[in-house]
Design a protein. Structure first.
Length: 479
């Protein structure tokens, strides 16, 4: 039997999987890492801890496996989290700045006059969410690191770049991660000299190579490293969204909605991000993406923040006990609204209640808010891409909720195919590595992908719910 060892390095921890030649996970292990919040708006990780966890996990899943049976190591990673390390030793120079960290707000405001060029060149709006603004802010905080960077002794990159450097010694990142730094030209797939100048970042700090996901990223203990890409992109591949017009959404704490738009980027004028989806087999596929902050987190907030419900399971049970929300709408803009609105001033509202409103109606409205936000993004994707999504792929915890999935199919007016496997992110990276090494002939040939999926089809006209939702969103955006 042949295997791929896949790493899924996420915000909360790292997972490792041993994937067999049939495409199934046969062994798994995971380790959490510490979260640091030193100041309001700051979020940090210990990059050394992450690296040591990855080493431990690789050794765990590969224990007892003959070296000749392991075809490759694949890597999917949390995006935008930024690491600063010494070029010679590989040791981190400070804690990694997590994608959630917004310390770069002031740095980005100072560059507002370049916002048009940045958006047109990178496909993403100027924001502290991306590494470029984080790097500029760190340089202001730590002039000692900035000085070392100017002297050429510092390497800066995303988690994939850092882990590849530590595992193999190679200075490389992949196109999907590079496209999220706000420093790569989306069309040339190279670091943009003007962007580096705008943000004040020496080019020598960046990865020496920007490679396709299926490129040679070096070796670890004699095992090739390939199948390297951002986690949302690995999920897109793992769900089989390989052709233009295909789309996926992941239901977790938040939601990442992605549409494959083909071989040329589409720069959104309506709040979506344009990125590289994945590069492999000599071809680059681009995506439109919308990120939603509060999906499953809405249910956690109702339980732990407001104490209205005991658990998400209670919310589901109550929601299933009624036919609808009876006009109630919950807009979960606790931290503003994400795509496609990007309105940081919006605030959460619960509206449409009457004397007959019960907890069950609020529970239904909470679930519906997840599907409504995703439909908002899908509507913009359809409009800007010229495609009409007829089938949407889904994964994550929410994809197990039958009421939510039926609501999503109804609201989006398309069929919904839920992943039969867990750990789709790790599998996506493993499948790319497996195809690259010849373990799989193609994605379609992988036996695991023939497993039957749960499919939901539109059953009800939800036009009235869409109208009520849009009115509620307008109210949430009134300053």
């Amino acid at each position: 039997m042949k295997y791929i060892a896949a790493i899924d390095q996420s915000t909360s921890g790292s997972k490792a999987f041993l994937v067999d030649e049939n495409g199934f996970v046969v062994k798994r292990a995971s380790l959490a890492h510490q979260q640091f919040y030193p100041k309001p708006g700051y979020a940090e990780h210990d990059a050394e801890e992450i690296y040591q966890n990855v080493l431990s996990l690789l050794n765990t899943v590969l224990e007892g496996i003959p070296a000749e049976s392991v075809q490759a190591i694949a890597l999917a990673n949390q995006r935008e989290t930024t690491v600063f390390w010494d070029k010679e030793t590989g040791e981190p120079l400070c804690r990694a700045i997590v994608w959630q960290d917004v310390r770069g707000e002031t740095a980005c405001r100072q560059l507002d006059k370049y916002a048009g060029y940045i958006h047109e060149t990178t496909g993403i709006l100027l924001s502290p969410y991306y590494p470029a603004g984080k790097i500029r802010a760190l340089f202001a905080e730590r002039p000692d690191i900035r000085k070392k960077a100017e002297e050429g002794s510092v390497r800066i990159g995303t988690i994939d770049n850092y882990l590849v450097a530590r595992l193999t010694g190679k200075s490389a990142t992949d196109t999907s991660n590079a496209s999220r730094t706000q420093l790569m030209n989306l069309k040339t797939l190279k670091w943009d000299d003007k962007l580096l100048e705008i943000f004040g970042i020496p080019k020598g700090c960046m990865a020496e190579e920007i490679l396709p996901a299926d490129a040679d990223f070096g070796t670890w203990n004699g095992i090739p490293v390939t199948g390297v890409l951002g986690d949302s992109h690995a999920t897109l591949f793992g769900l089989g969204c390989l052709k233009s017009g295909m789309a996926k959404t992941s239901y977790g704490t938040g939601s990442s909605v992605m549409m494959n738009v083909g071989n040329a980027p589409i720069i959104s004028g309506s709040g979506l991000s344009a990125s590289v989806g994945f590069s492999m087999a000599g071809e680059t596929m681009y995506v439109l993406e919308g990120n939603i902050t509060c999906s499953g987190d809405t249910l956690i907030w109702l339980c732990k923040g407001l104490n209205i419900f005991e658990s998400p399971q209670e919310i589901q049970k109550l929601a299933e006990s009624v036919d609808g929300s009876m006009g109630v709408n919950l807009v979960p803009a606790m931290s503003g609204l994400g795509a496609p609105y990007f309105d940081s001033d919006a605030r959460a509202i619960l509206c449409g209640m009457s004397r007959g409103t019960e907890k069950a109606h609020i529970a239904y409205a909470a679930l519906a808010s997840i599907a409504q936000q995703i439909t908002d993004v899908l509507d913009v994707m359809n409009l800007e891409s010229g495609y009409s999504i007829s089938a949407l792929s889904a994964d994550g915890g929410g994809s197990k909720n039958e009421l939510l999935m039926q609501l999503q199919a109804d609201l989006a007016k398309c069929s919904l195919r839920c992943a039969s496997a867990d750990d789709v992110t790790g599998l996506g990276a493993a499948y790319i590595a497996g195809i690259r090494t010849g373990m799989y002939a193609s994605f379609e040939s992988i036996p695991a992908n023939q497993a039957e999926s749960k499919i939901y089809h539109p059953k009800n006209d939800r036009a009235n719910l869409r109208a009520e939702w849009k009115t509620a969103v307008q109210r949430a955006r009134i300053k």
